[in-house]
Design a binder for this molecule. Structure first.
Ligand code: PGA
Length: 245
């Protein structure tokens, strides 16, 4: 199985950039591939799926967030999983630390988001990761285990699940954990799923300051099934160099 490489554009990009970058990605053998995933701002998914269809491109599209409310209703400003499904969204990022911090996302809302996403047959990319102080006082295993426990409350059935380990101290900082630190947590995630959700087929990602320089070392670790890339996904040259791992 080829590794999953996800570009998380966060709140960046424009229609022009999407037209430009997607036409490059459609032509490159490294990116014109369903396991290369572009997580664009939700507002751009419609145009991106039209461009993708026009180019006959094979990369996948992801949304960066979804409403905790299901289907349709009186929730001004919200976008449901049902709406995102209609745009060809294959994956959906849930629980990114930036949203947990700046948008005060709670475990209950994350759980609703996961259920709504699964009900639409979209694969959630559930993000976990500890802050620096928790890493430093060696409480990170309990902290991460606690974040994973939400998955035990999911009501919808699921076979496929993507979990991204993104230590908060590595996001956007240029600081990357050692290979041992990454492997330790990814093994923990896999053991958790094997013990408690044995039916699930799991893909485990690392995210946080992944770049063209460190991608191949990270992606060649046996536990790593892929990467979630923020800053380095905003320039096609950088992103393609990650995809050539
Ligand atoms: P970064 O972001 O690659 O810019 O560190 C990763 C992420 O937040 O998904």
């Amino acid at each position: 199985m080829s590794k999953l490489i996800i570009a998380n554009w966060k709140m960046n990009g424009s229609i022009e950039q999407i037209e430009h970058d997607l036409s490059i990605y459609a032509k490159s053998i490294y990116t014109n591939n369903p396991s290369v995933v572009l997580a664009l701002p939700n507002i751009y998914l419609y145009i991106a799926s039209q461009i993708k269809n026009k180019l006959g491109a094979k990369f996948s599209l992801a949304a960066q967030d979804v409403s905790e409310f299901a289907n349709y209703g009186a929730y001004t400003g919200e976008v449901s999983a049902t709406m995102l499904k209609g745009l060809g969204t294959k994956y959906l990022i849930i629980g990114h630390s930036e949203r947990r911090t700046y948008l005060n996302e709670t475990d209950d809302s994350l759980l609703n988001k996961i259920d709504n996403t699964l009900n639409e047959k979209i694969t959630p990319i559930f993000c976990i990761g500890e802050p620096k102080d928790i890493r430093e006082n060696a409480k990170y295993i309990d902290f991460l285990q606690n974040q994973l426990e939400i998955l035990l409350k999911v009501k919808s059935s699921f076979d496929n699940l993507v979990i991204a380990y993104e230590p908060i101290w590595a996001i956007g900082t240029g600081v990357v954990p050692t290979s041992e630190q990454i492997s330790e947590v990814l093994k923990l995630i896999k053991a958790f799923v094997q013990n408690y959700l044995p039916h699930a087929k799991i893909t485990v990602l690392y995210g946080g300051s992944v770049s063209g320089v460190n991608a191949s070392e990270i992606l060649n670790l046996p536990e790593v099934n892929g990467v979630l890339v923020g800053g380095a996904s905003l320039k096609p040259d950088n992103f393609i160099s990650i995809c050539t791992y």
